[in-house]
Design a protein around this ligand. Structure first.
Ligand code: TRP
Length: 335
């Protein structure tokens, strides 16, 4: 039996943060170690252009996110690890899919609708400052997914709609041109894996509430101290289930450590003390990868070489799929 394929990407529009680690990188690396899946992990740098027009930022973020995957122990011999823009078949497939995608479906995409809503509320034209990249972003994401015939797409809740759209587009293409694509399904991580940010909302670059993954110890302490808490004094019982400090603790702690901290909350642990313990818990786990990460940032050529190797491996598949897709739509030699 062929193995199920798992595929996920991280947009390279910022520094890797604790949310990327807990929600995407850690579970992806764990799944790849079981050997139960065939894994495809990539750096979504074309996606980054939708959010950022700062070339240095996109470039630096690509290095940082690649280095983070590697520093955290990704075994690139066991998975296919690549940069989206190294696979020219992805934008090529995007066009074929674009011509099979109903505009009406794109009108309903959350990211686009959210941007329109913001414009309307500000009294602007509906489409003010909205690029076609943002509008048709789900089609690029569909190409990422369908290119490797992935079955399972581990994503946050905000991305479920995009995976459903990829499925819809695949279905339409298959219906019209014959069976080409596997129909993908989103795999949503449990609650613990959607990390809260400093302000209690989902930790996300878009909210500016992230804790970067590889800060110096001093900066990490400072960020953890910024997590929102209430005004309860030491000794007053605190509710772990509404606390970001506890929620982040849970994402890094063992079951026993989580139970112990719950008890501490009930006994009224001081916020300062809880944060100090949280710092130590996280720092212990990322101390070693941090060293490796910093080394990799100093050696971009080493990271580049890994990506080039990954691109060769990925293209063995994408070239075959793309050649078949081109033929199926009528783009083929005349004789
Ligand atoms: N859009 C995703 C995000 O912002 C990143 C992404 C791009 C992705 N292509 C993908 C995730 C394909 C899964 C599969 O989080």
């Amino acid at each position: 039996m062929t193995k199920q394929r798992v595929l996920t990407g991280i947009t390279t529009s910022g520094s890797p943060h604790l949310g990327n680690y807990v929600g995407a990188i850690r579970p992806a690396i764990e799944a790849s170690r079981t050997g139960d899946y065939e894994s495809f992990f990539f750096l979504a740098d074309y996606h980054a252009l939708i959010k950022s027009q700062d070339p240095d930022m996109v470039h630096q973020s690509t290095l940082e996110i690649a280095a983070a995957w590697l520093a955290l122990g990704l075994d690139t011999d066991k998975v296919t690890f690549y940069r989206q823009s190294d696979i020219p078949e992805i934008p090529e497939l995007t066009w074929l899919l674009t011509c099979m995608t109903a505009k009406g479906m794109m009108n309903r995409a959350h990211a686009y609708k959210g941007a329109v809503q913001t414009n309307v509320e500000a009294g602007e034209d509906e489409d003010a400052a909205i690029s076609m990249g943002l509008f048709s972003y789900p089609i690029l994401m569909a190409a990422d997914i369908l290119m490797f015939n992935a079955h399972k797409i581990p994503v946050g809740r905000d991305q479920i709609q995009h995976v459903e759209m990829a499925r819809d587009i695949a279905q339409r293409f298959n219906h019209h041109y014959g069976e080409h694509f596997v129909l993908p399904a989103a795999q949503v991580s449990d609650d613990a894996a959607i990390l809260q940010g400093l302000d209690g909302r989902k930790m996300s670059k878009s909210y500016g509430n992230t804790i970067p993954l590889f800060l110096t110890e001093k900066q990490l302490k400072k960020h953890i101290n910024k997590i929102n808490t209430n005004l309860l004094e030491p000794g007053e019982p605190k509710d772990p289930d509404t606390s970001s400090v506890f929620q982040i603790w849970k994402a890094f702690a063992t079951v026993e450590q989580t139970a112990a901290m719950r008890l501490e909350f009930e006994k009224g642990i001081a916020w300062g003390e809880a944060k100090k313990q949280l710092f130590e818990l996280i720092n212990d786990q990322i101390k070693e990868p941090r060293e490796k990460y910093l080394q990799l940032l100093e050696n971009p050529a080493q990271v580049e070489a890994v990506l080039q190797k990954g691109a060769l491996k990925a293209r063995e598949q994408s070239a075959v799929l793309m050649a078949k897709a081109r033929r199926s739509v009528g783009i083929r030699p005349l004789a």
